[in-house]
Structure formats: structure tokens, C-alpha cells
Write a protein that binds this ligand. Structure first.
Ligand code: SF4
Length: 474
């Protein structure tokens, strides 16, 4: 059984894609570590990268080539100032030199050293191979970006084939909703309580609180930046940012100077009934507009779906409970992370494996369950909320126009957030004993649907909305 922490499901990074940006970036970091561990790093004369499958087909729009160059340059996706990204990339392109791990200058022409192969490797649709030349010999390492910024290597594939068991060290390990409910009942704890006990087996509670607080502050800042930035998104589709205009119409006249003050001001603003949906949509759009412009976001559980969870949490804080504090935020994020991990273990959070149901569907389920707990739902109702949210995303395809995480992705986050709120409300009025489709059934159905889905609907931009739309050269 895999041990998946809430901090594996919610990660601070850079847009636009967790599988196509964060994963390849992390893969480059891991390759550098591998070279160092084998005492090869100092001897490297030349490096190159091959992108395969979906990483190749939508890699340009998802900035996979940029992510690889940043990872090879030793930049940390969590900490890099986002305004330095263009500077690093421009320097590599203009000088054909890459400062390997920020230590060792190597000749590197991105046009010839990064190859986009249409071919798919068998283990996963998102594969990349790094090659280091040492004394004229090539050393290759292949990594797979399996969604949500998770990266695995060939050994993992071999381990899976040989049925090697990974032991989980959590005191209350869960693979399914049934496991989770059993621990809730045995310990007489809400879902957030069980998840916290597991997290405490790895880190002390002060550390958990400070990391969850950092995640929330990143989400808040991301919404703030998105609501206060005008103009068109990069990439050639000329998509206009909409969160700015929506926010201008919704916000009142009270002044603010920072994301925290902004939050307090919004909480004091009178929100009319028909504005509730607009506020939720505005929060979600803001995050994904920041994501589409290579800004800082929290992968939740992916970058393409990063807007759903913050939008629903803001809904709780701005509409439902003006007294909500860090304890509410903490419980929300713990529940969301746990539900995401159940989908990751039982199905997938990779659009290249399961289409958009694996991104927006999973994020909506995570948010629905988390909101349900904060609204007073029992653990059983929390799982019902997650199930309802996913049930109505089953079969959702991934067909980003131009391989950019913009259309339909940005709007889709607002739809996922609204569905999550509705799912939580429906679950609160549902008797869990009368539910026909439990969460574990919908996880399994999502995976079966993923396997049946034509590959053109799995983040390849070869089907659906992605076909027949002309991009403007830029
Ligand atoms: S269509 Fe959905 S899964 Fe595909 S890139 Fe956009 S948000 Fe991600």
C-alpha cells in the first residue's frame, strides 16, 4: 500500500501543468542527483533530453521544454521567483549554454538538444529520457511523470511487474474509502482527524501547521494576483484574462494593501445571492489564469485543476463562515488531500492516463468532501460528497486547444468548484445508508473509463475541442 501524504497531493509549484511542467522539472532534479550519487556529474561533457508521448504532443503548450531547462539549471520550482524564469530561458537560448545545476556551464542548444518524439513509451504516456555524454559514452535515464508532479523511474516499473510491495508507515494506512471510514469509526475521529494522525507520524504538528499555512497563503496570493492582473494570456490563443474584470465588478470600495487585507475586505462585502456563483468562478479563474502564465500555484492535485480547491475554500470563508480561521483551513486541506490520494491509489490523477476526469473530476471530489466536513457532514457524508462530485465528471475528456492549459481548462475549474459545492450540499441531505454508488465504486469506474478512453482525449490535443482551432503565431 502506498503512503501518500497531504503534502504529496498539494504542492507549491509553477504553472502551467503538473504532469508536463512540474514533473519533468522534478525529473531533471532527480537525474542530477542520480549523476552526483554515481560520481558522474563532474565528468559530464554534454546533455540532451528526449520527450515522449503526451509530453511531446502537448509539451510546447505546457512549457515542458522550459521546465526541463529550469530543472537542469538547478532552479527549485517551489522557490524560484517567477519573474526570473524568462531571464534564465532567454539566457540559455541566446548563448546556447546551460549552467548545469547552476554549477557547470555546458553547450546546450534547446532546438537540437531537446527532442519531441511522437512515440509513446509503454509504461506511461508521459516519459522523458535524459542522456549524459561522458568520455564519448552515453548514459541514459528514463523518468515518467505520472500526474500531479509525481515522478517515477524504470525501477518502479520493474518493481510493479515483480509485485514488489511498498510498505506504508502510516499508523492508519488507507487505500479505499472503506478503509478510511473504518479508522474514523475505530478512533471516533472525523476524516481530518485520521489524516492528521497519519501526518503526525512523519512530522510534528507545528511543522504540519506551518506547511499547510504556506500552502494556503500561496493559494490566497495566487487568487489575489489573478484578480488584479489584466491583459491576454501568453501562448498565441489571445485568451483574455477574465478574473480581473469580474473582480472589479464584484468588489466593494473598501481599501486593502495585501492578500490578507483583501480577504478580510471581501468577507465584509455584502454578497447578493446571484453573485455567489460569480465570486466562486472569479476565484477559480484567477488561479488558472496565473497558472496559464507560468505563475506560482498550488498543484491541487494538478496544475490544470489548481483553481477548484482554493475557490471552494474561499467560498467557505467568504460566504459560509466569516469566522473561519486556520483550524478550518487545516481541516479542509487534510480532507482534500486524503480524498485525492484515494483517487491516485485506485485510479489516476494524470490526464494523460484518464482525461480531464482525472484532473477536474478529482479536484472537485477533493473539494466537495472537504467542504462537506466543514459544513458538518459525517465521514460517511464526506465520502458521499466526493462520490457525487466525481460521478458527474466521469468521462470528461482532456482536449486543451493548442496544448495550452487555457481552453477549456480555465473555465473548467469554475465548473468543478460549483459542482463541488453542490455535491457537498446534496451529501448533507443524503442518508449514506441509502447510497447506490459508494466512493470506491466511482473510483473504480473512473479508472475503467480511463482505460476505455481513446488516447486522443488524453492530453494529446489530437481530438475534441483541440482540433480545428487556429493559433495565432506570436
Ligand atoms: S482539459 Fe482538463 S485535464 Fe486537460 S489540460 Fe485542461 S484542465 Fe488539464
Amino acid at each position: 500500500m502506498e503512503c501518500i501524504s497531504v503534502f504529496d497531493m498539494l504542492k507549491i509549484g509553477v504553472g502551467p501543468s503538473s504532469s508536463h511542467t512540474l514533473g519533468p522539472w522534478r525529473a531533471a532534479e532527480r537525474w542530477i542527483k542520480e549523476l552526483k550519487d554515481k560520481n558522474r556529474f563532474d565528468k559530464v561533457e554534454k546533455i540532451s533530453v528526449d520527450l515522449y508521448g503526451s509530453l511531446s504532443l502537448t509539451g510546447k503548450g505546457h512549457a515542458t521544454d522550459y521546465a526541463v531547462m529550469l530543472g537542469l539549471s538547478g532552479a527549485d520550482p517551489e522557490r524560484i521567483p517567477v519573474d526570473t524564469i524568462d531571464v534564465i530561458i532567454a539566457s540559455i537560448k541566446n548563448t546556447n549554454t546551460l549552467l548545469f545545476n547552476n554549477e557547470k556551464p555546458l553547450e546546450f542548444n534547446p532546438k537540437t538538444e531537446i527532442t519531441f518524439n511522437r512515440k509513446f513509451l509503454p509504461f506511461h504516456a508521459n516519459a522523458l529520457t535524459f542522456t549524459a555524454t561522458i568520455n564519448g559514452r552515453n548514459y541514459k535515464s528514463t523518468y515518467y511523470s505520472i500526474g500531479g508532479g509525481f515522478v517515477v523511474q524504470e525501477e518502479r516499473k520493474v518493481a510493479k511487474a515483480n509485485k514488489i510491495i511498498f510498505y506504508c508507515t502510516f499508523p492508519y494506512p488507507t487505500e479505499t474509502g472503506v478503509d478510511l471510514l473504518k479508522f474514523c469509526n475505530d478512533l471516533n475521529l472525523p476524516i481530518s482527524g485520521v489524516v492528521l494522525e497519519n501526518e503526525k507520524s512523519i512530522n510534528d504538528e507545528n511543522h504540519i501547521d506551518s506547511e499547510l499555512s504556506r500552502i494556503w497563503n500561496t493559494m490566497l496570493e495566487c487568487m489575489y494576483v489573478g484578480c488584479h492582473t489584466e491583459g491576454n494570456l501568453p501562448g498565441g490563443l489571445n485568451v483574455r484574462r477574465r478574473a480581473y474584470d469580474m473582480h472589479q465588478k464584484l468588489k466593494g470600495d473598501l481599501p486593502y494593501q495585501s492578500p490578507e487585507e483583501w480577504l478580510q475586505v471581501i468577507r465584509k462585502t455584502e454578497v447578493k445571492f446571484r453573485q455567489i456563483l460569480k465570486w466562486v468562478s472569479c476565484f477559480a479563474l484567477a488561479v488558472n489564469e496565473v497558472n496559464a502564465s507560468l505563475g506560482r500555484v498550488v498543484t491541487a492535485p494538478t496544475n490544470g485543476s489548481a483553481g477548484v480547491i482554493p475557490a471552494v475554500l474561499m467560498y467557505y470563508m467568504v460566504i459560509e463562515n466569516h469566522e473561519a480561521d486556520f483550524e478550518h483551513i487545516k481541516r479542509f486541506l487534510l480532507v482534500a488531500g486524503e480524498i485525492g490520494s484515494i483517487f491516485k491509489k485506485g485510479a489516476t490523477i494524470s490526464a494523460a492516463m484518464g482525461g480531464c476526469q482525472a484532473e477536474i473530476g478529482v479536484s472537485s471530489a477533493m473539494a466537495a468532501g472537504a467542504l462537506c466536513e466543514l459544513l458538518g457532514g459525517t465521514p460517511e457524508q464526506v465520502l458521499v460528497a466526493a462520490e457525487i462530485a466525481m460521478e458527474h465528471h466521469l468521462g470528461l475528456t482532456c482536449d486543451p486547444i493548442g496544448g495550452l492549459v487555457q481552453v477549456p481548462c480555465i473555465e473548467r475549474n469554475s465548473m468543478g468548484a460549483i459542482k463541488a459545492i453542490n455535491a457537498a450540499e446534496l451529501a448533507l441531505d443524503t442518508d449514506p445508508n441509502n447510497v447506490k454508488v459508494p466512493l470506491d465504486k466511482v473510483v473504480n469506474t473512473m479508472w475503467e473509463t480511463a482505460k476505455d478512453m481513446n488516447s486522443k482525449y488524453k492530453e494529446t490535443s489530437e481530438g475534441g475541442l483541440a482540433v480545428g482551432v487556429n493559433l495565432v503565431d506570436c
